[in-house]
Design a protein around this ligand. Structure first.
Ligand code: ZN
Length: 416
């Protein structure tokens, strides 16, 4: 639409159109030659975590620092994310070894109450996984170091009944969405990247219990076998999907399962490969090599694609770099933009409130220079962000503080 005007009253869009007459009592924000879009969404963040620096150093810091210190840092990452134009995120897991704190729930609630500035969050709490699997916080450490094996109260569950207990426990404590690891992962020390980690019976229990409680299921999955079994069990989205074969993608298409490709996370790890122990380097290279063909196939087959990045693997606030990676692998720019707006809203189950610029919807609006369908990197230069009718940013972002990224190397493991 050319010469677009959006009229906002309170927290909602009350009218919009081309060259619309402006009400006489309105405050006018003229954004010039900018493109307005619904606020971006990211279907896969970890706003309470930061894995972007040296892997072993991060692992040591996690033990060294109180969870409350991590939580305070998370408030800056929430701000970085919303200032980059991401007004809604699905935050897929928050866990600190040896801790049962629900930091993501606290962050979401503090944002909702206006205590701090950040995106609307749908949170997953710990995420559910098998003993020794990708989510086991004690895997890779000496046995017994933390005094006990983690259980359902930290998301560890073996067997269908334990899975149901873990789902109920997480929803009891504030989870909006359930996350589970059905296959191995890249940044874990005790598993292979593509092994199946939940049985079909466990996945059936996971999906049944979660859907009964009217929540959705997102599964971390790189491997093809685990992917096939999870799609058959009825999960709502596959996160990563690196090794999915065309037959599995066909099954996904038939079931209407979303794929959240998280291209940026792999890209970041491969670009900083020396930051990771050799075993993880090999896993990242294998996943990176497989995912290109998988994503191209998924686009060609018309599978539902949600925009999600795995923010935390790279510094928070850089989420929009995912757009160009998607476009470079064959998705049309307009479809990448839809993935980050209306498709994510559909996957999150909030499409009646957000995801498009439409009368009656919440006023989540971003502006970027020029035309993002001609140059998708315009999404990386957002200059204006409104969330629920409140201006978060109009012009340059807030100055960065030292804790906002571990991108810069530090001298010792205890330096911050
Ligand atoms: Zn993740």
């Amino acid at each position: 639409m050319q010469n677009g005007v959006v009229i906002v009253q309170g927290d909602k869009i009350v009218d919009l159109g081309s060259n619309l007459p402006i009400p006489s009592d309105a405050k006018v924000i003229d954004l010039g030659d900018a493109t307005l879009s619904p606020g971006f969404m990211d279907a896969h963040t970890h706003l309470t975590l930061d894995f972007s620096g040296n892997y072993n150093e991060r692992r040591l810091k996690e033990l060294d620092q109180n969870v409350s210190e991590h939580a305070i840092k998370a408030t800056t990452w929430a701000r970085d994310t919303v200032e980059a134009g991401f007004t809604t995120v699905r935050d897929l897991g928050s866990r600190f070894v040896g801790s049962r704190e629900f930091v993501d729930v606290a962050l979401r609630n503090s944002i909702n109450k206006g205590v701090i500035v950040g995106p609307r969050m749908l949170v997953a709490t710990f995420g559910i996984g098998a003993t020794g699997g990708h989510f086991d916080p004690t895997a890779g450490f000496r046995a017994g170091l933390f005094g006990r094996e983690p259980d359902y109260s930290e998301g560890m569950a073996d067997g269908p009944d334990a899975i149901r207990k873990a789902v109920r426990f997480e929803i009891k404590n504030g989870a909006d969405v359930i996350k589970a690891a059905v296959s191995g992962g890249v940044l874990s020390l005790a598993d292979e990247v593509d092994t199946p980690q939940l049985t079909p019976a466990e996945m059936a229990a996971l999906v049944d219990e979660t859907h009964r409680l009217r929540k959705k299921v997102a599964v971390h999955c790189h491997g093809d076998q685990a992917g096939r079994e999870a799609i058959e069990a009825g999960v709502d989205s596959i996160e990563h999907g690196s090794f999915l074969k065309p037959e599995t993608l066909t099954l996904m298409k038939n079931k209407g399962t979303y794929l959240t490709p998280t291209l940026l996370a792999t890209e970041w790890i491969l670009g900083k490969i020396d930051n990771y122990p050799p075993a993880l380097q090999a896993k990242a290279r294998a996943a990176g090599a497989a995912r290109t063909e998988m994503f191209r196939n998924a686009v060609k087959m018309g599978i539902k694609i949600s925009f999600g990045t795995d923010a935390a693997v790279f510094p928070h606030g850089q989420n929009a770099k995912e757009f160009k990676l998607m476009v470079d692998l064959g998705i049309a720019p307009i479809d990448a933009l839809k993935a980050a707006t209306s498709s994510d809203a559909d996957l999150f189950g909030i499409a009646q409130k957000v995801g498009t610029l439409e009368k009656g919807k919440l006023a989540d609006i971003v502006a970027m220079p020029g035309d993002p369908t001609a140059d998708i990197t315009a999404t990386e230069r957002v200059s204006f962000v409104m969330k629920e009718g409140k201006i978060i940013r109009n012009g340059p972002p807030s100055p960065k503080t030292a804790v906002r990224s571990t991108d810069e190397p530090t001298d010792s493991a205890f330096a911050d």
